[in-house]
Design a protein around this ligand. Structure first.
Ligand code: ASP
Ligand code: CP
Length: 294
């Protein structure tokens, strides 16, 4: 695999290999902090949209493997603001780096970047399209928390239309024998091109049977008007009272950032897994960098 653009590229075998490497990365970080295998290698973070986790975990992953990072985390201070195209920007950055991690507001931007680039491209989110590395760390987290994937009931909640993480995750879960459920306002329904889901409107109906509750933010930046956003924002909120109606073995996940859809008091609930999920992003991204640069 030379680039990571879509979750479609991954077979079950690829995932098993990647997760085995991610587990060795976890041990490496916990025991030695990292190593020097990519000394003198440079990656570029090219982010046309805001990010905290994805940009910093890719940077941390590169540093912990001995490499260096060029960070363009606000393209307004790059020559993009002078009108430079995505292709020319990619052609520029490949002169200086061995890998480019790209987040962009347009669906298909990562695919365009691959066409322009001699170095590997990682899709760190292309608009309302996909976020494949998030889906991989999500699946890794499900494995770590539940010790299996097959047989689980997984419920996606929130903005399933615009949320790119659920698009990639649903595609990835289609490789496994899971029951995939969706809870969302009608106007934010899950697009069928990303897979099959069983639709519900009430969160309370699905919680007792759910093993993984995957909560997402209503993607404010994708709405045409504030009124349309406000009409659906706050439709579903996970409180401790609701969380406690779930099995004790169930886990609550969220790609984050959250803006109210999980109450802060849920953080101490034994089912809350979203901080460990974030941490797993480091190990899975170390494994992805290792896969592309080795
Ligand atoms: N951080 C994730 C993304 O960039 C989820 C979100 O922003 O709601 O897709
Ligand atoms: N989960 C995620 O992609 O977070 P950021 O938008 O902060 O990178």
């Amino acid at each position: 695999m030379k680039n990571v653009i879509s979750i479609d590229q991954f077979t079950k075998q690829d995932i098993d290999n990647l997760f085995a490497t991610a587990r060795t990365m976890k041990t490496l970080v916990e025991t030695k902090g990292g190593d020097d295998r990519f000394r003198h290698k440079v990656s570029t973070n090219l982010f046309y949209e805001p990010s905290t986790r994805t940009s910093s975990s890719f940077a941390a992953a590169m540093y912990r493997l001995g490499g260096q990072v060029i960070s363009i985390n606000d393209v307004n201070y790059s020559s993009v603001s002078k009108g430079e195209t995505l292709e020319d920007t990619i052609r520029t950055l490949e002169q200086y780096s061995d890998l480019i991690v790209l987040r962009h507001p347009q669906v298909g931007a990562a695919k365009r970047a691959v066409q322009a680039s001699q170095v590997p491209i990682i899709n760190a989110g292309d608009g309302v399209g996909e976020h494949p590395t998030q889906a991989l760390l999500d699946l890794f987290t499900i494995y770590e928390e539940q010790c299996k994937i097959d047989g689980l009931t997984i419920t996606l909640v929130g903005d399933l239309k615009n949320g790119r993480t659920v698009h990639s995750l649903a595609k990835l879960l289609s490789l496994y024998d899971v029951t995939l459920q969706a809870v969302c306002p009608e106007s934010l329904a899950f697009p069928p091109e990303y897979g099959k889901v069983i639709n519900f409107t009430e969160l309370t109906d699905v919680l007792p049977a759910t093993d993984i509750l995957y909560v997402t933010r209503v993607q404010k930046e994708r709405f045409d008007s504030l009124e349309e956003y406000e009409a659906v924002q706050g439709s579903y909120t996970v409180t401790n009272r609701l969380a406690d109606t779930m099995k004790l073995s169930a886990r609550i996940m969220h790609p984050l950032p959250r803006v109210g859809e999980i109450h802060f008091d849920v953080d101490n609930n034994p089912r809350a897994a979203y901080f460990r999920q974030m941490r797993n992003g480091l190990y899975v991204r170390m494994a992805l960098i290792d896969m592309l640069l080795s």
